[in-house]
Ligand binder design. Structure first.
Ligand code: SF4
Ligand code: SF4
Length: 441
């Protein structure tokens, strides 16, 4: 701490709500404000990164108590980390808000309904074996053509949750054909595709396509025998011990299969694994292994670009949505765009605010449906203004959330994961018809 900071530091002990010294990196310039989706939506200072940092500092210094208003402004943060990439002073906002949330979880008396909601999310979504049986009645209702009716009559947030799910009844399963442009396996690093938790159920095709593309690019792909949840969902809900258990399970499995590189089709999962070193920094048995695993995370688009995978002609107009954690945590912006531009006949049109969060943000759209809906409305306005046939993105959560809004508007534009889009372009040369919509397995 420098002299100015010492002079402004409080006399009483600082409460352990955040890494206090990190707060002083913020110079209050406000350059992050327009990069913050909640500030853009509400125009309230306390819904901005600068305002939230002020709240955290006031809490830490005992000038403010954990009152409902304060918690509300902090709860409304998406942890999208758009403010981090916008900040010229290198403020580690993600670390600040994460610790503040742990503090809130330990000290703020939430209502029983809020506790229950968080417990349900944590007990169901990271566990495919628990979630899968719950989809059977939804499939039955959908087969009877009654799904939209059920969405209207379900109480509380349940109807909104159901509307986020894609159609579950699928037809037209296509056998994969070999791609003529596929390479011989290169004697390079082995890659594993982390299957995600919810993604195991709804995006198994996306995971398969990611593996097909990596193989076509010449990588040796090794499967995980069992993919535990990456832990991100519990981490962001401040169930940190549970998140650590998931992290350790992943580390053990990745070490067992001896993968050199870890890819996930969920950018939130990639970012979480890339931060295992931080999550387990105080675990003497796993600290070093966690650091090593974090260093193995790579992004699918970067690997395909490096391997110079070539694509056949696929004429269409595409816009690209930057998934938050791929952009703001892993720092990947250009690789997916370069890949798309390498497809002959494809026209890439940039949308306004492509890197502003769509409102999905892990379990945010389940916990904060109003703000999530407002943000996805803005996102889809920007998508439709491009006139694109496809909006390509790199995260299943974004896909579900944007697809639900496109369905509500009966829009023709199709939202599609980058892995599925590239597979679609490759399949076009073999005459195979890729399955585009997601389906529960
Ligand atoms: S977080 Fe960074 S960009 Fe935002 S006000 Fe502070 S110093 Fe400025
Ligand atoms: S993480 Fe996202 S929502 Fe939260 S303050 Fe930063 S930009 Fe705003």
């Amino acid at each position: 701490m420098n002299a100015t900071q010492m002079a402004t530091a409080p006399k009483q002990p600082v409460r352990d709500i955040v890494d206090y010294e990190l707060l002083f990196d913020c110079v209050h310039c406000g350059l992050c404000l327009e990069a913050c989706p909640t500030y853009v939506a509400t125009r309230k200072e306390m819904d901005s990164p600068r305002g939230r940092i002020y709240l955290m500092k006031s809490l830490a210094e005992g000038r403010l108590e954990l009152e409902p208003d304060v918690v509300r402004h902090l709860d409304l943060c998406l942890e999208c980390r758009g403010c981090e990439t916008a900040c010229p002073s290198g403020v580690r906002y993600g670390r600040l808000i994460e610790k503040a949330r742990f503090y809130i979880a330990a000290h703020y008396p939430r209502s029983k309904a809020e506790h229950l909601l968080r417990w349900v999310i944590s007990s169901l979504f990271p566990h495919p074996t628990r979630l899968r049986p719950l989809l059977w009645p939804i499939k039955a209702v959908e087969t009877l053509g009654l799904r939209s009716v059920v969405e209207q009559i379900l109480p509380g947030k349940l109807g909104g949750w159901l509307s986020l799910l894609p159609p579950l009844v699928q037809t037209n399963h296509t056998e994969h054909q070999p791609w003529p442009t596929a390479r011989q396996t290169i004697d390079g690093p082995t890659v594993t595709v982390h299957q995600g938790c919810v993604a195991q159920l709804f995006f198994s095709r996306t995971n398969q396509n990611a593996a097909r593309l990596l193989k076509a690019a010449g990588y040796r792909v090794v499967p995980m025998a069992r993919t535990p949840c990456c832990g991100a969902l519990d981490w962001h809900l401040a169930y940190v011990e549970k998140a650590k258990r998931f992290a350790r399970a992943n580390i053990r499995e990745i070490q067992r299969i001896q993968a050199d590189v870890i890819v996930s089709t969920g950018s939130g999962c990639s970012a979480a694994i890339a931060e295992y070193g931080e999550l387990l920094h105080d675990d003497p048995h796993f600290r070093d292994q966690a650091q090593a695993i974090s260093g193995k995370v790579r992004d699918l688009s970067s690997l395909l670009l490096e391997a110079r995978l070539s694509f056949p002609k696929f004429p269409c107009t595409v816009t690209y949505h930057d998934s938050c954690h791929l952009t703001h945590v892993l720092g990947v912006r250009e690789a997916p765009r370069k890949l798309l531009r390498s497809i002959p006949g494809l026209r890439l049109v940039e949308m306004k605010d492509s890197d502003l969060c769509c409102g999905s943000a892990g379990s945010y759209n389940l916990l904060e449906p109003e703000m999530a809906r407002e943000l996805v409305r803005r996102k889809v306005d920007n998508i439709l203004a491009t006139g694109a046939d496809y909006v390509v993105q790199s995260n299943p959560g974004c896909e579900l959330h944007i697809a639900a809004e496109l369905r509500r508007r009966r829009a023709k534009t199709q939202v599609i994961h980058l892995a599925d889009f590239l597979a679609l372009a490759m399949d076009a040369q073999t005459g195979a018809r890729s399955e585009l919509s997601v389906s529960a397995q």
